[in-house]
Design a protein around this ligand. Structure first.
Ligand code: MOS
Length: 748
């Protein structure tokens, strides 16, 4: 990254939108005050499979305050039965009242619109439905024999989704092994629960539609809505300045957004739909259940000879969605013979979706526990086994890594954690009544990047200047506003307080989905190039202006600090941006620039890595599991904001504890109902579950990865944690648990 006189990037700066949030002034999707707003409530199916035989809305329609009820009988017919926009991640197969088919329990089958939320909620209970039940498949194990190979389809842009992959000869590799592990690992269904549920307000004016949405992908929402209705994208305006958590569920535009727009069009009023917490389970995705069989072979010195990883995960009856648990295996260790394949099976549940580190979160559990089992069989230290098979180049593509600080992560993590004090013999470390165990796992996430465009303008702000920097990115609560402000400030030579960064509006230039941990790398790079271009434009104005003290100096010889231009030589000439701009007739200068990945993506493999160390303490009487310490050491390229990066990592680690010990969505196999669909019964960690979390960022200077040198950190924090905890629990107790979540009854 270029000149950095004001030096804001990297600092632990507070969130620029923090004050708006803590004072309640930040406007989330459901908060917009719209004239004549009405309230939509979704009626959901109460069977898991079949069709609506009759739907009687007469009572509901006459209920107090009701404006209209939309069902498959009266809903507008959409192009291609509502599927014209299917193009993941944004465009998914939705259920938009185009027919009476029911594919899962909880599917939207009607929308009641009323003058208040309470009236709509009340009337929704009066919609009378009868069904013809179909055959139900809601049990993963029962459906297991029906699993089919992932259909080969074009890979999603920026996402490695090849279902089937082989290198070398796995059978020969296993035959040549001295030691083999062949085990099955399972992970449960999970559901994202951001604090802010999905919500949308749709409002038509003539042929123009405005949607206030909570989305991880402003342009994806715009294009999905437009294509679904057969409109021009310019006729759809998406507004989403604040998002109260996403984690992947808001990367796709789900049915409720289109249903709000359909109801709004039908009843000619703005319509707001906010999903209830229960409605977050089913209609908006979740992490699918996985079954992963892993076969490892190794020589007696620990050298891996082969890995086979067969993943089976569930999808719905309307769309194939894969949890690609086996992709991480392809690059994690230097093994010549490897097979990683994926299969799907269909259940009558809502289509699953991306959930924080989709694939890596589940794959680093299974592979890292299998490696722990292998280490034990070899009588090797688990860390030594990983170092023995350390991949110096990417075993998947054969390319060098743009940077890889994993060895350093292992070293500093082990040192801080005190790994050398681990006793290899399981069940031999005690502290009073506690059985104590240490476990480790490798963490990793790919560094993705997509093209982004940013518009940057410098203008007068009273007697000073300010930069207004705009792009249709998103801030999920992670700090996009803040890091983009820092990047812009440094590129322009301004203080962060002189920069106003704006996002979340489809009238701004395009940024990619805030998914795949790519916003910092993608949008950050574009902010850097656009602001660098703007700075050069303003400097050129000074250099070319005879009335400027900088006149005649080559623009590239001018530096800027806190808005003051200075020469790099000894010349005393100086003036401020404000003085330059004040002489301009229009008093504003603007630059729009794009940044996209280039040749480097073909030359290098790009991934972030880390090492996670966990201590488990299990009460020898009650088997209560406690995780008093987690240490994570990460190499993520340049850290853009020390405070926000630390928050990202500990939040990922907390979710890893949750994945290891708490979370599971329970579906009743008799009817496909989501049983624990609220935050009382869907278990997540509480304060008592989380103790010391230590995060270390090792220095990693990556000159190849992108203009700002940063790898994404949104998802790597969850990876490896469940594996490290499972391994620590084994080391404490000698009980090998191969499923998640791990509960005390597993240890009795
Ligand atoms: Mo992330 S699951 O790619 O939003």
């Amino acid at each position: 990254m270029a000149t950095n006189e004001s030096g804001s990037v990297g600092k632990p700066m507070n969130r620029v939108d923090g004050r708006l949030k803590v004072t309640g002034a930040a406007r989330y999707a459901a908060d917009w005050p719209i004239d004549g707003l009405t309230y939509g409530v979704i009626v959901q199916s109460t069977i898991g499979s079949g069709r609506v035989a009759s739907i009687d809305v007469s009572r509901a329609s006459k209920a107090r305050g009701v404006i209209g009820v939309l069902t498959h009988k009266n809903a507008q017919k959409l192009p291609d039965k509502g599927r014209a926009a299917v193009n993941p991640p944004a465009g998914r197969v939705l259920t938009l009242l185009q027919d009476g088919e029911v594919h899962y329990n909880g599917q939207p089958i009607a929308v009641v619109v009323a003058d208040t939320f309470e009236h709509a909620t009340d009337a929704a209970t009066m919609v009378a439905v009868t069904y013809e039940k179909g055959t139900l498949a809601a049990d993963f194990d029962a459906a297991f024999p029906s699993a089919y190979p992932l259909p080969e389809k074009p890979a999603e842009p920026g996402r490695n989704t090849r279902g089937h992959y082989v290198r070398g000869d796995v059978d020969a590799g296993l035959a040549s092994a001295d030691v083999r592990i062949d085990q099955t690992y399972t992970t449960p269904k999970e559901n994202h629960n951001p604090m802010e549920p999905h919500a949308a307000i749709a409002s038509w004016e003539g042929g123009q539609l405005t949607v206030y949405d909570t989305t991880q992908y402003v342009y994806g929402a715009r294009d999905t809505v437009a294509k679904t209705f057969g409109m021009k994208p310019e006729d759809v305006h998406i507004i989403s300045p604040f998002v109260g958590g996403g984690f992947g569920c808001k990367g796709s535009t789900w049915s409720h957004v289109l249903l709000a727009a359909m109801a709004s069009q039908s009843f000619k009023r703005p319509v707001k739909i906010v999903l209830t917490r229960r409605q977050m389970f089913g209609p908006v995705g979740g992490r699918p259940q996985t079954h992963q069989r892993i076969t490892l072979g190794a020589k007696s010195d620990g050298t891996l000879t082969a890995i086979r990883h067969v993943t089976t995960s569930h999808t719905s009856f309307i769309e194939d969605f894969l949890e690609p648990s086996g992709i991480v295996t392809r690059m994690l260790y230097a093994v010549p013979n490897l097979e990683s394949t994926h299969r799907l099976l269909k259940l009558n549940v809502g289509t699953p979706t991306y959930q924080r580190a989709p694939g890596e979160a589940t794959g680093t559990f299974s592979v890292e526990v299998a490696m722990d089992e292998l280490a034990e069989k070899l009588h090797m230290d688990p860390l030594a086994l990983r170092l023995k098979n350390y991949a110096e180049t990417d075993p998947d593509t054969g390319r060098p890594f743009s940077s890889k600080a994993l060895k350093e992560c292992y070293r500093v993590g082990a040192e801080l954690f005190g790994w050398s004090k681990r006793k290899a013999q399981a069940g031999t470390m005690r502290d009073g009544k506690a059985m104590v165990g240490y476990g480790l796992a490798t963490a990793t996430y790919p560094t993705y990047r997509s093209p982004a465009t940013v518009r940057a303008r410098m203008e007068m702000n009273g007697s000073d200047v300010r930069a207004v920097v705009q792009t249709a990115s998103q801030d999920l609560g992670t700090g996009t506003y803040t890091i983009m402000t820092q990047i812009a400030a440094d590129a322009l030579g301004l203080k962060p307080s002189q920069v106003r960064f704006e996002l979340g509006d489809s009238h701004f230039p395009k940024s990619p989905v805030s998914g795949g941990s790519m916003s910092a790398a993608s949008t950050g790079s574009a902010v850097h190039v656009a602001c660098t271009a703007l700075r050069q434009q303003v400097l050129a104005l000074a250099a070319n202006d005879p009335s400027s003290p900088m006149h005649g100096i080559v623009a590239t010889d001018i530096g800027v600090s806190e808005g003051r231009l200075i020469t790099r030589s000894d010349s005393p000439a100086t003036e401020t941006y404000a003085e330059v701009l004040a002489r301009q007739p229009g008093k504003a200068v603007e630059a729009t620039e794009s940044s996209a990945p280039g040749e480097e993506t073909k030359q290098f493999a790009m991934h972030a890595f880390g090492a996670v160390f966990a201590e488990a303490r299990i009460d020898s009487d009650t088997r209560t599991i406690r995780i008093p310490r987690l240490v994570g050491a990460y190499g993520v390229g340049r850290v853009l904001n020390a405070k926000l990066a630390h928050s990202q990592m500990i939040s990922g680690m907390v979710w890893g504890v949750s994945q290891a010990l708490r979370e599971e969505t329970e579906v009743d196999p008799r009817n496909g109902r989501y049983v624990n669909a609220d935050l009382a019964e869907y278990r997540v960690p509480v304060n008592a579950d989380i103790h010391d979390l230590d995060v270390i960022f090792v220095d990693e200077d990556d000159p190849h990865i992108n203009p700002i040198g940063a790898k994404g950190i949104g998802e790597i924090g969850i990876t490896g944690v469940a594996g490290a905890i499972a391994n620590a629990i084994y080391n404490a107790t000698g009980v090998r648990v191969r499923h998640l979540p791990i509960r005390l009854d597993d240890l009795l």
